[in-house]
Design a protein. Structure first.
Length: 501
């Protein structure tokens, strides 16, 4: 983006159209001159650079164009304070010397600087040079490595100009040939949005910075960055309602108006917010029977579309619970969101609601459940909400199982058996096993238990006993040895020995 004072727009016919550099005669030559000025002033003070840029302004079609190019290139420049003495120290000593001398005339100033130079062990010109070397105008252009050629600088300028124009938008409506990528970017940038279904296709409607209660520079910057994603898609149209100093105007852009140079200067965040990122990390660490999916498929909601933040997929069947984290939104946006919830198709839908919104009861009435949170979405609360589905799914799975289960193998686990039938472990653990005995979480034929009883004796080391159990595929040594009537007696660091219980 550019700063607001560098915005160049045309209001002809009541519209609001950015004055793009590519439409200016000689813009590329101007861009090349500005790049050259920066390159030629490496090692010079900023004030010298500024004087050279001012000279370019006199020949350019618009001084704002030159300053816009310079603003973009300045981000690629490194300025340093260069002085023989640290400026703050030089000022401290010089001012102390000035108080002693009583500086009024030029000769008294020289006397004060001489006393300060003696104290610091330097020459008078060195301390004079250091006094204000850290001021912006005195800083030195240490290096300049532009990422853009003159043509790319023009391209980047036009993109930045359009982004700056959008900073005053109250609403933006976008259609793109890659709607999934567009919506993904909107969510990653944590923008307020909704999706409408139109005859021309899905339209993403994004709330602009000017529509918020309090203008947020951070939101406005994220909002403007969305244009990079829009412009990088194949075919697109954008229509924005702009608050132009109290007058509502319409800004229209489409494919070809702006494009994205090859270099991506800013990486976009992975998650919509820190709240979502923290929740996802903690949830996935629990290793539950639910798999977490980000940005699942869109859901029909009347004439609109809702894309939840997450979906929980049941590990033992095709059942999905959608999940939305409802954080800071404007009252108008909350009202729209509640309306969408009411129009949702018949799906399982949970919503975590920031308590500050005060709409928990409304969400509870429109969805499968509202989970209140403040600052952080508690995984325990979400886990409890999922349990209601889990209990029903387990009960349905158990109802479809035969009353008796007879595994083919001599030894198996409840987990393996549950996976074989495509159900949870809790669905199979209450079944009857006429040919097996349940030892801990392992099913073992009585014949195998008899063989183990013959091979394992009191006084055998635990290591030896475990080796025998491994031959039969039994991992739970503790449960198996207890079933055979043994306990483990530990003898210092030498290991465990089996003893009869």
């Amino acid at each position: 983006m550019l700063t607001k004072d560098l915005l160049r727009v045309s209001r002809a016919g009541g519209g609001y159209h950015p004055q793009f550099a590519r439409e200016e005669p000689g813009a590329r030559e101007t861009a090349a001159r500005v790049v050259g000025v920066f390159q030629g002033h490496v090692g010079h003070a900023r004030e010298e650079l500024d004087e050279a840029l001012t000279a370019v302004e006199t020949d350019a079609p618009d001084f704002k164009l030159v300053r816009g190019f310079a603003k973009l290139l300045e981000r690629e420049a490194t300025f340093e304070t260069r002085a023989p003495i640290e400026p703050e120290r030089a000022r401290e000593v010089a001012f102390e010397a000035g108080e002693a001398v009583g500086v009024v005339t030029a000769s008294e100033r020289e006397a004060a600087l001489s006393r300060a130079a003696d104290r610091l062990g330097v020459d008078v010109p060195e301390i004079d040079e250091a006094l204000y070397a850290d001021l912006g105008a005195r800083q030195i252009l240490a290096s300049f490595e532009p990422r853009w050629t003159p043509d790319e600088l023009v391209e980047q300028y036009d993109l930045s100009l359009a982004q700056t124009a959008l900073f005053d938008a109250t609403e933006v409506r976008v259609r793109s040939s890659d709607p999934k990528r567009l919506v993904s970017a909107v969510k990653r940038l944590r923008l307020l949005y909704e999706i409408r279904r139109t005859p021309e296709g899905r339209e993403v409607v994004v709330t602009g910075p000017d529509a918020l209660f309090r203008r947020s520079r951070r939101y406005g910057t994220r909002f403007a960055r969305l244009l990079r994603t829009v412009a990088a898609t194949g075919e697109w149209t954008l229509e924005a309602t702009v608050d132009d100093r109290g007058t509502e105007r319409t800004l229209r852009l489409s494919t070809g108006d702006v494009s994205v140079p090859g270099t991506e200067p800013v990486a976009e965040p992975t998650y919509d917010s820190a709240v979502e990122a923290e929740f996802a990390t903690r949830f996935e660490s629990l290793d539950l029977d639910w798999a977490l999916t980000r940005e699942p498929e869109p859901l029909a909601a009347g004439e609109h579309v809702v894309i939840p933040d997450f979906a929980f997929d049941w590990a033992h069947g095709g059942f999905r619970v959608f999940f939305e984290i409802m954080g800071f939104w404007t009252p108008q946006y909350v009202e729209k969101k509640l309306s969408r919830f009411g129009d949702l198709e018949d799906v399982a839908f949970l919503v975590a609601v920031d308590e500050s919104l005060g709409v928990g009861e409304e969400v509870e009435a429109l969805t499968d459940g509202a989970i209140p949170y403040r600052g952080t979405v508690r995984v325990r609360d979400v886990r409890n909400a999922l349990r209601s589905y889990e209990d029903r799914l387990v009960a349905e799975s158990a109802a479809n199982l035969p009353d008796e289960l007879d595994p083919d193998t001599d030894v198996t686990t409840l987990a393996a058996l549950a996976a074989e039938y495509g159900v949870s472990e809790s669905a199979v653990e209450d079944a009857d096993f006429p040919e097996h005995e349940l030892v801990g979480r392992t099913l073992v034929r009585p014949r195998i238990l008899d063989e183990l009883a013959d091979r394992i004796d009191a006084g055998m080391s635990l290591t030896e006993a475990e080796a025998v159990l491994d031959e039969y595929g039994i991992d739970d040594a503790s449960a198996a040895l207890s079933r055979l009537g043994y306990r483990v007696e530990w003898e210092g660091l030498s290991g465990g020995v089996l003893r009869e219980k």
